[in-house]
Design a protein around this ligand. Structure first.
Ligand code: HAM
Length: 424
């Protein structure tokens, strides 16, 4: 071993997790395609100022967890590795003039993200999100479409009992009065709060509702509920979504403590959770409306909504439930050879098999044929093709322990294909 280790919180994914991860990513793209969301690939880094403005300078994600890159060269712009995708999506929406397209603009991506967080189970410094955004529509239809898309994606992966924990965080009209109420509620116990929670009390009292500190958690139980203090417009929007989700058949749990850790949210906020899991840490994903963000980043006022589902947490949940998909464990066919001179022909045969849709590898050793057969059995191969000294091929069925006569290449490759594909 070299002595080098992967950096803390940055993992290698080995089988079967690597295949499960790739499978969940493929399913994410497919779910987006099927729902008419255009694919977009964003850069890994953006100007730090974009995240500071969009996600909020006092949020944990920006104040503590941003991987900042040293400015270098002439264009000394401060960059940061992306900690989330929504800010980049809105930047792209504005940069590419998507306002002139029919609204809402539906966008989806799968993104590797970076947060300098304390690593633990389900929380890594590099992770992957399936991110979906619908930009340009204010009606509850957008909320329903987006929430249902994420829930269906999780259900289709096998997480059939997924719940949507739903809240509204209000808008500029109703939130300030609620924040003042909340501040008053917690002010009475300010001296008992942790230092972090005391600073939340001053800067962003809503975040006290998802504090993990026991004092704050206990006091949050009796706190006023934002859904009782929404303005008429937010209240009717929220009611329409709750009713619509029931019609669609999505399991909804009212969750007045979900406020989300990013500053851009307005109105609808939700998390995808499995029964028994706690918010934030245990969430498979989360999202919300962000009706002020496009304007905050320099565009005209444009409503929007989206979610991100953490692929790493999805894979963990599948693993815990014994639902990981089958992964390819080895080639179906091993091409062996009697003579060392046949190695190139073995490789050519394996390539021909793969081109015909059969997984295959060549044994590239000069070992005795018996050893090559043992290797094929260890690989779990279905059959071996032996390259004879005269260039003809012999098919050996490992399951039946039967062997045919040497024959012409084309005939043996066709027979191998029928065998592996279950037609012979
Ligand atoms: P978020 O709640 O910060 O929202 O992240 C969404 C999901 O990403 C989480 O529920 C979790 O599954 C996963 N996740 C977050 N941090 C980590 C981590 N350190 N390790 C592993 N997984 C993690 C957002 O990022 C918003 N941009 C979502 C959104 C899109 N809102 C509107 N549009």
């Amino acid at each position: 071993m070299s002595g080098f280790q992967s950096p803390r919180g940055l993992r290698d994914l080995l089988e079967p997790l690597a295949s499960a991860h790739g499978w969940a990513v493929d399913r994410a793209w497919a779910a987006a395609d099927a729902a008419g969301y255009a694919r977009i690939e964003l850069p890994f880094a953006e100007e730090s100022a974009l995240f500071e403005r969009a996600v909020g300078g006092t949020s944990d994600i920006v104040s503590k967890e941003l991987f900042r890159l040293e400015p270098r060269g002439d264009d000394a712009v401060a960059l940061a590795l992306r900690p989330e995708a929504t800010a980049g999506m809105v930047r792209a929406y504005l940069q590419h003039g998507m306002r002139s397209q029919p609204q809402p603009v539906r966008l989806a991506t799968v993104a590797h993200l970076f947060r300098y967080d304390r690593p633990q189970k389900g929380r890594y410094r590099q992770f992957t999100q399936f991110d979906v955004e619908a930009i340009g529509d204010s009606g509850p239809g957008s909320d329903l479409e987006v929430i249902a898309l994420g829930a269906a994606y999780l259900r289709d992966l096998g997480l059939t009992d997924v719940e949507v924990h739903l809240n509204s965080v209000g808008c500029a009209t109703c939130r300030p009065a609620f924040v003042a109420l909340l501040q008053a509620h917690f002010a009475s116990i300010a001296p008992q709060l942790s230092e972090v929670d005391r600073s939340r009390l001053a800067a962003n009292p809503l975040r006290l509702l998802d504090s993990k500190e026991p004092v704050a958690v206990a006091h949050a139980a009796t706190a006023p509920r934002i859904t009782d203090h929404l303005c008429a417009a937010c209240a009717s929007h929220h009611a329409a979504i709750t009713k619509g989700l029931a019609t669609i058949g999505v399991t909804v749990v009212a969750a007045p403590s979900i406020v989300r850790g990013l500053d851009y949210y307005t109105r609808t906020a939700w998390e995808y959770l499995l029964p028994g899991e706690q918010g934030q840490q245990g969430a498979l994903g989360g999202g919300g409306r962000y009706d002020g963000l496009v304007e905050l980043l320099g565009g005209t006022a444009t409503p929007a909504i989206g979610f991100a589902i953490g692929i790493d947490r999805v894979v963990l949940a599948l693993e815990e439930r014994g639902l990981l998909p089958e992964h390819a464990k080895g080639p179906a066919i091993v091409v062996a050879g009697i003579e060392p001179e046949s190695i190139a022909l073995r490789i050519a045969t394996a390539l021909e098999l793969r081109a015909a849709g059969v997984s295959a590898r060549a044994d590239i050793s000069s070992r005795k044929i018996g050893k090559q057969l043992e290797g094929a059995v260890r690989d779990g191969a279905r059959a071996v093709i032996i390259v004879e000294p005269d260039g003809r091929l012999t098919l050996r069925d490992l399951t039946e322990a039967s062997q045919g006569e040497p024959a012409e290449r084309g005939a043996v490759i066709a027979a191998a294909r029928r065998l592996v594909q279950g037609k012979g």
